[in-house]
Design a protein around this ligand. Sequence first.
Ligand SMILES: [Cu+2]
Length: 250
Amino acid sequence: MRTRYLSAAALAVPFALFTAGPAAAAESATIDLGALNNSGASGTAELYLDEEANTLTVNIDTMGVVPGLPHAQHIHIGGQNICPPMSAAGDDGVLSTPEGQPFYGGIQLSLTTEGDFGPDSALAVERFPVASGSGEVSYERTFDLSQIDGDINLADVSVVQHGIDTISPNGQYGPPPPVSEIDPSLPLEATAPALCGATDQMGQMPSGGVDAGGGGTAGVENEALFALGAAGLAGAGALAYRRRTARGDV
Ligand SMILES: [Cu+2]
């Protein structure tokens, strides 16, 4: 009986993956962005992952950020996929980008306006969106993911927008000191995070959350794999293989 049960479970995996196919090909997530460093800013990020085309479209709308200045912004992965509490700030009371990293992870995608968008462009200040005179950023770009290393899993991403004016409020970044911990040629105000949102965190919060679209589908798919245990792992391998194949087609 035990053997028969396992066989049935193993059969169920490819079936589940097959039926989830169309949904897995396009996933989306809407992430509420909350203020860090008392920036007073707020906003939303919408991510749309097209696995067939191997592209990620990112829409970000924020308000209350420092007007007229560029705002570095990234997709961070590989941390706890949560936004840092301000208690993670050092003695200076300012939460720097490295201090937030254990929570939101490292930079996977630099959300630039043009050109390179890998981690090397993390501080390409001249290619990040500039806030309007009323402190709003409206951003959209579609990225060809075959140009970067690693995968984007919408269930595990954090979106961070940087740039604050709360250390020396004067309508500009700096003047330093303090300097940025990641680039001493920049003031800390230019690189400290102003906004953060994480898909994992959304699931733990009663308000907001990942939209029903594709992000939810991804979560359900993951839960199914966990529930199936060893049989699920075999399914996960098949899924990873399918993704690599899809990527190779681009
Ligand atoms: Cu960042």
